[in-house]
Design a protein around this ligand. Structure first.
Ligand SMILES: NC(=O)c1ccc[n+]([C@@H]2O[C@H](COP(=O)([O-])OP(=O)(O)OC[C@H]3O[C@@H](n4cnc5c(N)ncnc54)[C@H](OP(=O)(O)O)[C@@H]3O)[C@@H](O)[C@H]2O)c1
Length: 279
């Protein structure tokens, strides 16, 4: 049972590739975001045809009354929104960088919390790990579970709920990040009798499509270098180092892996980084 897929955060960095992969597999796809706008892509026109196949809707994940009608008859929901830092300025900078073909010269310092943020710009009080990473997923899961229960449960063919969690914390990132992800996972796994929870644990994400050099590409190259050095010099034999230097994974791999788990009626549970890397 996988024909109507709702992707919350479907216009985001990862969400857009999930939508694209789902369209290629013949699913009806609805993207939900506050703006309700499709992503702006620099790829050639013929590679952007899938955008017309997606229904781009506006709603707030924290307010189920804005999207309840879309949940009806949905065979799957994907929650693809979250924050790495509780400082909104980093998202604005990433968006600016990816939206511009001639990316502004990047600065590591300006990307880090509190160093480059403008004190005159007020932060959204909901922009916390607790609300965005955890409560938004729980709110969506409860709304979806209620809808499924009202429509009647077919235990042979449960709908899916996919949550984009994370492999582990990143150096210099507060523990609240990974803790909020793990707490959300725990809560979602409790709904197993109503939907099939699929918990994705990717590492740092990059796009396989070559674009302008920006903060994401620099971090990706740094991680590749560290991983190669770890393998070449230490043979990847030291668990403590392997635990810190984790491989990056592409948004295309994550999306392929998500769709393969959604379409496998027997799968439920956690998908670790090592499995995602094989997709
Ligand atoms: N990026 C990484 O390296 C990485 C690594 C590991 C895990 N992850 C996880 O992967 C997931 C996706 O990350 P991403 O980098 O693709 O995020 P992103 O680019 O920030 O995309 C999230 C999208 O969610 C939408 N959104 C935000 N608040 C919303 C709300 N209240 N209601 C509805 N839509 C809302 C936003 O669109 P609007 O502004 O239009 O609402 C945005 O386009 C997250 O859970 C993240 O923690 C990311």
């Amino acid at each position: 049972m996988t024909s109507k897929l709702l992707v919350f955060g479907g216009n985001g960095f990862l969400g857009r590739r999930i939508c694209q992969e789902a369209v290629h597999r013949g699913l009806e796809v609805i993207s939900i975001s506050r703006s309700g706008k499709p992503p702006v892509l620099n790829s050639p026109l013929r590679e952007r045809n899938w955008i017309r196949e997606v229904c781009w809707e506006s709603a707030d994940v924290l307010n189920p009354s804005t999207y309840r009608r879309h949940l009806k008859g949905a065979s799957g929901v994907v929650h693809s929104l979250g924050i790495l830092l509780e400082d909104e300025s980093y998202k604005r900078k990433l968006k600016q960088e990816s939206g511009s073909a001639n990316s502004p010269s990047y600065s590591w310092a300006s990307w880090l919390p509190s160093i480059g943020s403008n004190p005159l710009i007020k932060n959204d009080p909901n922009f916390t790990y607790e609300v965005i990473n955890k409560q938004s997923a729980i709110t969506l899961a409860r709304a979806f579970a209620n809808t499924i229960e009202r429509e009647g449960i077919d235990s042979e063919d449960l709908p899916t709920f996919t949550y984009i969690s994370a492999d582990r914390g990143f150096p210099m990132i507060p523990e609240g990040y990974i803790n909020s992800k793990r707490q959300a996972e725990e809560e979602l796994l409790r709904h197993k009798d109503v939907f099939r929870p699929i918990i994705m644990r990717p590492g740092f994400l990059f796009d396989e499509m070559k674009g302008p050099q920006n903060t994401r590409t620099h971090i990706h190259h740094l991680l590749e270098f560290l991983n190669m050095s770890n393998k070449a010099l230490l043979g990847g034999n030291f668990e403590c180092i392997n635990g810190i230097i984790r491989p990056a994974v592409s948004i295309q791999q994550v999306s392929r892996c998500i769709l393969s788990k959604i379409t496998d009626p027997k799968f439920e549970g956690i998908v670790p980084l090592e499995v995602i890397k094989e997709a």
